[in-house]
Write a protein that binds this ligand. Sequence first.
Ligand SMILES: C[S@@+](CC[C@H](N)C(=O)[O-])C[C@H]1O[C@@H](n2cnc3c(N)ncnc32)[C@H](O)[C@@H]1O
Length: 216
Amino acid sequence: MEELYSRLAPVWDATLTMSGFKRGLCRYVLKTVSECKVSEPKILDVGCGTGLVSFALLKKFPGASIVATDVNEDMVRKAEQLAKRKKIDEKDLIIGRADVLDQDVVTLSDDSVVHLSPNSFDVVIASGVLEYTPLDLAVPKLLSLLKPDGLLMVISIKDDTSVGRLWGKVYKFVPIEKSELKRSLKVHGCRHVIHSPLTYKEFPANMTRTGLLAVK
Ligand SMILES: C[S@@+](CC[C@H](N)C(=O)[O-])C[C@H]1O[C@@H](n2cnc3c(N)ncnc32)[C@H](O)[C@@H]1O
């Protein structure tokens, strides 16, 4: 999996932009964060890839402070390059390496380490990443970083379509069953868990991805 994403890192942003996937995915995320009605949200984007969701969030919410992390060094490097090109201030967006299972420890490119505080984020976004981790270890870790009443947004690959299953083969994971994800979120203490699918307005991202929103 590491090797796959290292190969994809140079072309990830361009491919998702040209296919329209980025527009659809970001539309969904921006709409959902807007509904939280937090004017200067503190957001954690885990498994951020090349940072496309974080960049869109900063454009829409200039007062936001975002931490974007990925386990893959090549993805992180590419995200840093894009952030530099977009002239994004490091105080608004921290980009670093972290495994979801050890999410509170973020290693920056100069090898310094930032420790994320418990209960400190308004929104945690996990887009296309929980498929790679044991749910019952990842979910409590992410919830521990959310403020009380904070929102965990899980955008996962559809488990109930042949496109989703095909995607799973390409990207080397088994799609998460919605019922299993809901169970894990509830067992680990989320107050509300709702299925909030991407709509046709988010095409083509709605073909392969779906959303679950959970309030801590
Ligand atoms: C399908 S991509 C999603 C990228 C981005 N979030 C998006 O929606 O376009 C999955 C990303 O998750 C990362 N990833 C996989 N396992 C991870 C883990 N245990 N911790 C953090 N990131 C991980 C991969 O390196 C890859 O960048």
